[in-house]
Design a protein around this ligand. Structure first.
Ligand code: AKG
Ligand code: FE2
Length: 183
């Protein structure tokens, strides 16, 4: 199985900047993990949920099309729904924003049904240092491309992390597709 599937230009640079601005304007919640625990050594990020942002129907439509196509062409998972709001995360250097090694499949009612993860880079690579998204699969460690608007998709069970941001800030956009748990 490939480490991740890349979709260049999933969003245009203008769309990425727009999403960052809309997220900035919204009140952020501190990033909790699955089951709403807040363990800052695991993850330090500010989160905004797409469902709370105005005029973002077009984003969900885009995501549905991207996931449907990638699933048809690459993954062939049994996906049934998008049970959780997509999330815009900001990792800032002021507290070394990061997310340590984890799998997105958790024990919560919704997290247990996550099957496919899609992460889109929103920030220009010049806006930050560190903050690389790494995915580990099949003895391969792969680093997600940095271009804003590039999406990577991987099975939600794959281990991945975001290394600490040491300068500036990085915004990313994550959505999960759900279905009956793997068996
Ligand atoms: O920000 C990223 O690149 C990854 C986010 C992530 O792993 C998550 O929200 O589960
Ligand atoms: Fe994750």
């Amino acid at each position: 199985m490939i480490t991740f599937h890349t979709v260049p230009d999933a969003f245009s640079p203008a769309e990425c900047s727009h999403l960052i601005e809309v997220a900035r304007a919204a009140p952020a919640a501190d990033a909790g993990l699955v089951r709403a625990t807040t363990e800052h050594n695991l993850r330090r990020a500010d989160l905004v949920w797409l469902d709370d942002l105005p005029d973002t129907d077009w984003v969900m439509e885009r995501l549905i099309a991207l996931v449907a196509r990638a699933n048809r062409e690459v993954f062939d998972f049994d996906l049934t729904d998008f049970a959780e709001s997509p999330q815009i995360a900001r990792y800032g250097a002021e507290r070394e924003g990061h997310f340590t090694w984890h799998s997105d499949i958790g024990e919560g009612r919704l997290a247990a049904r996550r099957k496919l993860t899609l992460v889109t880079q929103l920030s220009d690579p010049g806006a930050y240092q560190g903050g690389t998204l790494e995915v580990w699969m099949n003895s391969n460690l792969a680093t997600a491309p940095l271009e804003p608007g590039t999406a990577v998709l991987f099975p939600s069970f794959a281990l991945h992390r975001v290394t600490p941001v040491t300068e500036g800030e990085r915004f990313s956009f994550t959505v999960w597709a759900h279905g009956a748990p793997f068996r």
